[in-house]
Design a protein around this ligand. Structure first.
Ligand SMILES: [Zn+2]
Length: 539
């Protein structure tokens, strides 16, 4: 028996007076329901194209007629700073999408390039049952060229393009009732079916995928939907040039301004939800942003001193405080007043406070300064026979059954028999391995130094530009002398510079071990090269 039927029977059994009291009691509940379905008063911001002057307008809309489209909230970007900036926005995006769902909006998650990794998700499968609807062209959407700073916000040590992502950000919540459309026609069909008139865009990067993808703002505006950009839940395709005070946040501001002049009004999603009682101003959701944003798992490698900028653009009155000694930043730590210059390897921890209270999540930056490029060795390790040689596989007796497509260490070749390749450079001499791997060599009395260039092998980028895989290689190289760690690299990733080893061998040393480990995140695609590796002898 349905709940409604049960209620009707109970209602019929009540006396007239009791019925009146019952209805009277129901009124507040009915009113509360009506309040929940209240219209939103969107505060839309546009700009005069000629003067840039801000124009504010309000527009009423029922949340049930609003869709929120999250474009390309990926788990990886070829630029490490861009990846971390997505990481920084996901916590507030989760809060906003939860509130949107609670208000009755339709949430659409659109990972475009990697949408096919979501087959079998009900949010994706539901798309294939949508009725086919012809999409009208209501408007030809054009604008002057959108500023694009290039996509890497690491400054001088620029990241290289690859298609390494394989899914949406792991922290982005996917709710049961969400949908995953991928084309203009799919989004249009959803809008028709649900009476959606307004689309709020969140996601990345503002002037590239959010604007131009098939389900992006341009396509849906052209189909006649009222499209709005949430300026506090997006980031522009970034750039960073501290010499002219050009920061990724200034870049986003400029791109948002372009949207406001030529493309679409913007809202502060946080402000809209605050007005609807769905955002609590005491929430701490924004980490302080760091440029360039090296992390322990993807450090920023550099040779010459670097300029590091900190920002909390969504917490404008916050005091940014930092430490360089590994301790937790507090409201009493050093106050950030201007960009920092690092000339040695540095572990940065940063947070932000207002009136002594933390208003930002803590963030960390990892910066590793490389030594000079070492000389070429006199004796290449490829010409020596290791006394121990173990790798990724099951060992039975003393033989390793190498796993999957990995092989024993290869002389002068990558582990899969191709060129040794690190940071777009091919090396003639070295050893190609797969982590975990250890090679131990006997030290001859005249060996004075061990030298090498070490990095993640780059061959997988030559296939579909590293599609879905370039995020995986992450290795740590270590050199042991007689069982003691003598040198180690930071975590090495694909398309980063090779780490430079130049290790003095003490008199009387007997064994030198070359180790490659995974970086604590499993060893998938952990192909690694010891290039130009070997010994410099005493003269
Ligand atoms: Zn970068």
């Amino acid at each position: 028996m349905g709940v409604d039927l049960k209620m009707r029977i109970v209602f019929q059994r009540l006396s007239a007076l009791t019925r009146c009291v019952f209805l009277f009691l129901l009124i507040p509940i009915i009113t509360a329901r009506a309040a929940q379905a209240a219209e939103m008063d969107l505060t839309l911001r546009t700009r005069d194209p000629a003067t840039g002057k801000i124009v504010l307008a309000t527009e009423k809309v029922d949340p049930k007629h609003v869709g929120v489209i999250a474009v390309d909230v990926w788990n990886f970007h070829w630029c490490k700073t861009a990846t971390m900036r997505v990481d920084a926005i996901v916590p507030r995006m989760n809060k906003a999408l939860d509130a949107a769902r609670a208000l009755g909006m339709t949430v659409m998650l659109c990972p475009s390039d990697v949408v096919d990794n979501y087959v079998g998700y009900p949010q994706r499968e539901a798309i294939f049952a949508l009725p086919k609807v012809a999409v009208p062209t209501v408007e030809n959407v054009t604008c002057p060229p959108v500023p694009d700073a290039g996509g890497c916000a690491c400054g001088r040590e620029r990241c290289a393009v690859n298609y390494g992502w394989d899914g949406m950000h792991p922290a982005l919540r996917i709710a049961e009732a969400d949908l995953m459309p991928d084309t203009q026609a799919e989004v249009y069909a959803i809008c028709q079916q649900r009476g959606i008139t307004h689309l709020i865009y969140v996601g990345f990067h503002t002037q590239v995928c959010l604007l131009g993808k098939p389900m992006g703002l341009k396509a849906m505006k052209s189909a006649g939907l009222r499209c709005v950009l949430a300026r506090d839940m997006t980031d522009a395709h970034p750039g960073y040039d501290p010499s002219r005070n050009f920061t990724p946040d200034l870049n986003t501001e400029q791109v948002v301004e372009h949207f406001e002049k030529y493309l679409a009004p913007t809202i502060s999603f946080q402000d809209e939800l605050t007005r609807m009682g769905k955002w609590d101003s005491s929430w701490v959701v924004d980490p302080v942003r760091i440029s360039p944003w090296g992390t322990p798992m993807r450090p920023h490698l550099f040779e010459e001193p670097i300029t590091v900028t900190l920002a909390a653009p969504l917490q404008p009155d916050a005091e940014i405080r930092y430490t360089l000694d590994g301790t937790k930043p507090t409201s009493g730590s050093a106050l950030y007043t201007k960009p920092l210059v690092f000339s040695t390897s540095t572990a940065l921890r940063v947070a932000a406070f207002r009136g002594g209270r933390a208003v930002c999540l803590e963030s960390e930056g990892s910066f590793a300064r490389m030594g000079p490029v070492p000389s070429l060795p006199d004796v290449y390790i490829g010409d020596l026979k290791p006394v121990r040689n173990v790798g990724f596989g099951h060992t039975y007796g003393s033989a390793v059954r190498y796993s999957g497509n990995t092989q024993p260490p290869q002389k002068d070749k990558s582990n899969l028999g191709r060129d040794l390749k690190i940071n777009r450079q091919v090396y003639q001499h070295g050893i190609g391995v797969h982590a975990p791997c250890e090679l131990i060599y006997e030290v001859k009395p005249d060996y004075k130094r061990f030298v090498a260039l070490a990095g993640a092998d780059e061959n997988l980028v030559s296939i579909s530009n590293g599609s879905n895989l370039a995020k995986y290689p992450s290795v740590v190289f270590k050199v042991f002398v007689d069982g003691r760690e003598a040198a180690a690299s930071p975590v090495m990733r694909i398309l980063s510079q090779a780490w430079r080893f130049d290790v003095e061998i003490p008199d009387g040393a007997k064994m030198l071990g070359l180790v490659v480990m995974d970086a604590g995140d499993g060893s998938r695609e952990d192909f690694a090269d010891w290039a130009n590796a070997g010994f410099i002898v005493k003269r």
